[in-house]
Design a protein around this ligand. Structure first.
Ligand SMILES: Cc1cc2nc3c(=O)[nH]c(=O)nc-3n(C[C@H](O)[C@H](O)[C@H](O)COP(=O)(O)OP(=O)(O)OC[C@H]3O[C@@H](n4cnc5c(N)ncnc54)[C@H](O)[C@@H]3O)c2cc1C
Length: 416
């Protein structure tokens, strides 16, 4: 005998837990299953353990995907304020850290416990660990002539008229990420946008990186963009520029600045970094030349971190001299290179370090109102969809908003 539910949600991460809870609270009999023993491992490790659960200022402008308007409907119907009010109802303390980013005061466990309590309030049945072997759509074996989804799981056959896929992207396979959602999408004839690791550190050729590897651990505020110096004015106008902290690592660059730009970067393309934003480097260096006897490296160290100044100057013998002996042209060239450091990554740290996956289920095959696919009764929510947020709480906001839109649609379809 098959287990019968109104809805089966596959994947008990951020989107799956929230959708199951919302659907359950709308009176549906919901089964939520996950192949991992623990639910919501990504919430647990997110935001350095404190979960940056939303961004006060989230708008569709902070999301990427082939159709940048797709996220509009869901985001407008479940806002950051709605999620904040949910936290307040559960008396969870939180604070704003930076640019609208909201974090738990205590730990990410608060969010997980809240979502589990919301699932309990909706009488959601949870099975985990429980893998799914196959999902088929067709006539029920009971001979009633009614069609539904038959899900072959590790705990037996399940039947449901509606199925939600909330299995996320490919990032961090060691805590349970799989391509399950993409495979199900393909099986039902839906299109996919090539997935890519994003919000991820970028790496550089070993040889070329030698002078900078010694800077590992150094962090500084920068402006960063993908647009190369020879970009046309039109390209430059469209380029995305982030003002964030950069972090040097042994293998390359990381920190919020690089994670942000990694979502836009493509193989072979240079990135451009202003290492001293807001500083009039040429003016200050030329003024120092007129009045100082110090070495260029020492003068530069008053304008950028001294480790960076040393590493930079040590690569060019012409700069290893007192600033008073440098030509104006050499100082101007130095200033220009620091303000427009252009370098081409050879790759990224990949899915093992990426916070998210861009691409996924093609939004042309999904409804932006309901997240239902063109296969009736089959929905995709959260990161498995080709909607990716910037760093800063936007990805969780998409998980909540897409889950909420889907839960409304599940209830409406069940009632129809
Ligand atoms: C280190 C790190 C830090 C992050 N920090 C933040 C942050 O602070 N703020 C923010 O907004 N975003 C953050 N993110 C991104 C955010 O975690 C994700 O965008 C979000 O969790 C996506 O939610 P989801 O429910 O779609 O997928 P997930 O949360 O990934 O959940 C998917 C679930 O599906 C399950 N699953 C997968 N395959 C199967 C299968 N075959 N069968 C059954 N179950 C399956 C998984 O076990 C998992 O429980 C971070 C990500 C990482 C990796």
């Amino acid at each position: 005998m098959a287990h019968k539910f109104d809805v089966v949600v596959v994947g008990a991460g951020a989107a799956g837990l929230f959708c199951a809870a919302q659907a359950g609270q709308r009176g549906l009999k919901v089964l939520l299953l996950d192949h991992s023993e623990k639910v919501a491992e990504k919430i647990r490790i997110s935001g350095g353990g404190r979960c940056n659960f939303t961004n006060r200022d989230a708008t569709p402008a902070q999301f990427l995907g082939e159709n940048p308007h797709f996220c509009r409907s869901a985001l407008s119907r479940y806002t950051p304020q709605d999620f904040i009010e949910l936290l307040q109802r559960h008396s969870i303390p939180f604070h704003e850290k930076h640019k609208g980013q909201l974090f738990c005061d205590r730990s990410a466990e608060d969010i997980i416990n809240m979502l589990l309590a919301e699932c309990d309030a909706g009488q959601v049945t949870r099975w985990q660990p429980c893998g799914v072997k196959s999902i088929k759509y067709g006539s029920n074996p009971d001979g009633t002539g009614v069609s539904s989804y038959q899900i072959e799981s590790d705990r037996g056959l399940i039947e449901a008229p509606q199925v939600v896929i909330a299995t996320g992207g490919l990032s961090i396979p060691k805590i349970g990420a799989t391509d399950f959602g993409y495979r199900i999408a393909k099986q039902f004839g839906l299109r996919l946008v090539e997935p890519r690791a994003a919000l991820v550190p970028l790496t550089f050729d070993g040889e070329a990186w030698v002078p900078y590897a010694q800077l590992s651990g150094l962090a500084l505020p920068v402006l960063i963009e993908t647009s190369p110096a020879d970009a046309t004015p039109k390209q430059r106008k469209k380029a995305v520029v982030f003002s964030e902290d950069l972090l040097f690592t042994h293998r390359g660059l990381s920190g919020p600045a690089v994670l942000q730009i990694s979502s836009f970067w493509r193989e072979g393309q240079p990135i451009r970094i202003d290492l001293a934003p807001g500083v009039d480097l040429p003016g200050l260096l030329l003024r120092a030349k007129a009045s100082s006897k110090k070495l260029i490296a020492n003068e530069l160290a008053t304008l950028v971190p001294s480790r960076l100044a040393d590493a930079w100057v040590s690569q060019d013998p012409a700069l290893q001299r007192p600033i008073s002996e440098a030509t104006d042209k050499a100082l101007q060239a130095l200033a220009q290179r620091l303000a427009g450091w252009e370098l081409t990554p050879n790759g990224s740290e990949g899915y093992k370090k990426a916070e998210v996956t861009t691409g996924g289920v093609d939004t042309r095959d999904l409804s932006s109102q309901t997240l239902e696919s063109k296969q009736p009764g089959l929905y995709f929510i959260g990161e498995v969809v080709d909607v990716t947020g910037w760093l800063g709480g936007y990805n969780f906001q998409w998980a909540w908003a897409s889950a909420h839109a889907c839960a409304e649609a599940l209830a409406a379809r069940a009632a129809a």
